[in-house]
Write a protein that binds this ligand. Structure first.
Ligand code: IMP
Length: 191
């Protein structure tokens, strides 16, 4: 028999842009995403996966409900992967202009967005999923949509930044959308 009720999943975040992106994708899989104010500690680690997994362990100890936690960062190749897990700090300090200036005289402007999504249920961390989106850093800020680094990130094969894309277009290719789809497909097959 076909399942009619959607499965409720909580997303531990304060970032409503992330929530909107993921809600949009997960509803196609009959998953009803809600925001909960259950944030684990964001440790400083080399990968966004370690950050998300640490946070998920703390959240799992506080709730028996199904939840996901997502941590992301931008890795610039010519800067040896910087800022990576320090993306939020760098955004608040040198900002997008600072990143553009750092890359001004570098030929290689390629970068990758990584999204680490960790799923937990019944008080346990269950499984982690990674989504990666390759692209380049633009030479100036372009577009007003989205959030964070979107105005300086041009995904591979596109001629515009994430900030020049409507949510549906970003959601076809973004790191977060990839992680969310792999998670939803895994969940469908592992009910
Ligand atoms: P966090 O995953 O919320 O810790 O995000 C780390 C940093 O990366 C923050 O400065 C975010 O604004 C930025 N960020 C995360 N995901 C995206 C995205 O999809 N587009 C642009 N910036 C992002």
């Amino acid at each position: 028999m076909q399942e009619l009720t959607s499965k409720k999943i909580s997303l531990a975040t304060k970032n409503m842009d992330k929530y909107e992106e993921m809600r949009n994708i997960l509803e196609d899989y009959n998953l009803d995403l809600r925001v909960v104010d259950l944030k684990g500690t964001e440790i400083q680690a080399f990968s966004v996966l370690s950050v998300a997994e640490h946070s998920a362990k703390e959240i799992a100890s506080k709730t028996d409900d199904a939840f996901i936690v997502e941590d992301s960062g931008i890795y610039v190749n010519s800067l040896y992967g910087f800022p990576g897990p320090y993306s939020a700090f760098v955004y608040k300090t040198i900002g997008l202009g600072g990143i553009v200036r750092l890359l001004k005289n570098r030929e290689d402007k390629t970068a990758e967005f990584h999204s680490a999504l960790v799923y937990g249920d019944k008080g346990k961390v269950v499984k982690s999923f990674i989504g990666i989106c390759e692209g380049t850093i633009s030479t100036d800020l372009q577009g007003e949509l989205g959030f964070g680094y979107d105005p300086i990130f041009i995904p591979k094969g596109k001629k515009k930044t994430f900030a020049e894309m409507e949510l549906n277009e970003k959601n076809q290719i973004s790191h977060r959308s990839k992680a969310a789809r792999i998670f939803a497909e895994w969940l469908e097959n592992n009910k």
